[in-house]
Ligand binder design. Structure first.
Ligand code: NAP
Length: 379
């Protein structure tokens, strides 16, 4: 096989993985995606379901620029053996020195608690084995990981997803292998399946309490903008890695009220918000007890736990989550030249913290554009 620059994208068949896979392929990289899929058709269908164009998919496959490593379940013990990775790469004919990037998007966000823990935590041993093996052969290989804002939550009553991401983040830091750790709050846009399918259920379940449950703001990033940022920072800006410490990169397009996100994921005929029929103090009490009692009664129900989370955030009236900066804050920070360095002003504002390895990226959009990002999931 020729010596194309190669990137291994773990979780490359998923919602976020599709966008980054496409970005690297369009820039003439060879992409290898390890997947649990048993055959090519299954793997292809996952990418197509997330909006990959069918013609280009066939072209990339026949040019051997996109390769699937089938039947790779990273939670299986066999992948914690470097020999098995070495064998796999030989079988698919990828020279190890051509692998310059490993990017990790593995991790269920909305299945059962057991699946969430397994895919976010149990897979890490295998992922670290692969990265360690590749870095041992090629020191300049960069390892990029996708984190989440929830990993910074300090509550004691964490949902399975929050708990899994928190543990994963600690493991990532401990491994000393990660070069870039990207953090986004809500990723939306083309190919999104999960929130699209869950939005009507949320709306239905919360018939008379939408406003209370969903009245807080969250940061939104379009999935293809996120892919652009990842590619730009790593391949074009060429930000230098730190030794043994990940550079944390927070990315946002701006903020939208969570209720607006859910609303914009519904068919137009279904978008009316019922009138608030209880006084505010009663709503507050309802949310307070909901957030307190529900996690005790149904500790393993991911959906209910997330509702309890929304309830908790609504009473706190928090407009931002831990660690995350709003668009306004990022613009203000850019003026503080003692603490922050502006790396780029256009097309996105990129600033870095002078004291610690943290970068903030803002591709600012107005409210109408943010709503369109959400609606792209419906196309
Ligand atoms: N979506 C968001 O709004 C959001 C926000 C912040 C952070 N994130 C983070 O971004 C990452 C990707 O999220 P996503 O929405 O793209 O999820 P997704 O669509 O569910 O994709 C997850 C990917 O993980 C792979 N995977 C899961 N378990 C695996 C296993 N045991 N072995 C091998 N591969 C496995 C799947 O590959 P196969 O099915 O092909 O095996 C799939 O491609 C996650 O870490 C998530 O926490 C997402």
């Amino acid at each position: 096989m020729d010596e194309h620059k190669t990137v291994i994208i773990l979780g490359g068949t998923g919602f976020v993985g599709r966008a980054v896979t496409e970005k690297y392929l369009k820039n003439k990289w060879r992409v290898v995606i390890p997947t649990r899929s048993r055959n090519l058709a299954e793997a292809k269908n996952k990418l197509l379901s997330h909006g990959f164009d069918e013609n280009s998919l066939e072209n990339f496959l026949s040019a051997n620029l996109l390769l699937f490593a089938l039947d790779v379940d990273l939670s299986e013990k066999k992948w914690s053996e470097p020999d098995n990775w070495s064998r796999l790469l030989r079988e698919i004919n990828i020279p190890i020195f051509s692998i310059l990037r490993v990017i990790n998007f593995v991790g269920e966000t909305s299945k059962s608690a057991e699946e969430i823990l397994k895919s976010n935590i149990n897979t890490l041993v295998s992922i670290f084995t692969l990265v360690r093996y590749i870095k041992s052969q090629n020191k300049s290989t960069i390892f990029v990981n996708m984190g989440s804002v929830v990993e910074k939550r300090s509550n004691t009553n964490l949902s399975p997803y929050e708990y899994a991401k928190k543990v994963a983040y600690q493991e990532i830091k401990k491994s000393n292998l990660c070069d870039f750790h990207f953090i986004a709050e809500y990723i939306k846009g083309r190919g999104e399946q999960k929130m699209k399918s869950v939005a009507p259920i949320l709306w239905q379940k919360l018939k008379f309490s939408h406003r209370w449950f969903f009245g807080f703001k969250v940061s939104v990033i379009d999935v293809d903008d996120l892919a652009e940022v990842i590619y730009h920072l790593i391949e074009e800006t060429k930000i230098k890695q730190q030794r043994f410490k990940p550079i944390e990169v927070y990315v946002t397009n701006g903020e939208l009220t969570f209720g607006e996100i859910v609303k914009n994921l519904l068919p137009e005929s279904n978008r009316s918000i019922p009138k608030q029929i209880f006084p505010n103090w009663l709503a507050f009490l309802f949310l307070y007890f909901y957030s307190l009692i529900i996690p005790q009664i149904k500790p393993n129900d991911q959906f209910i736990r997330r509702l309890a989370n929304f309830a908790e955030r609504s009473i706190k009236k928090e407009n931002k989550t831990d660690g995350f900066k709003t668009a306004e804050e990022i613009k203000k920070m850019a003026l503080d030249s003692k603490k922050y360095e502006i790396l780029e002003k256009e097309p996105s504002l990129i600033i870095s913290d002078k004291q610690s390895p943290v970068i903030y990226v803002l591709i600012e959009k107005n409210e109408i554009e943010l709503k369109l990002i959400v609606q792209k999931a419906l196309l």
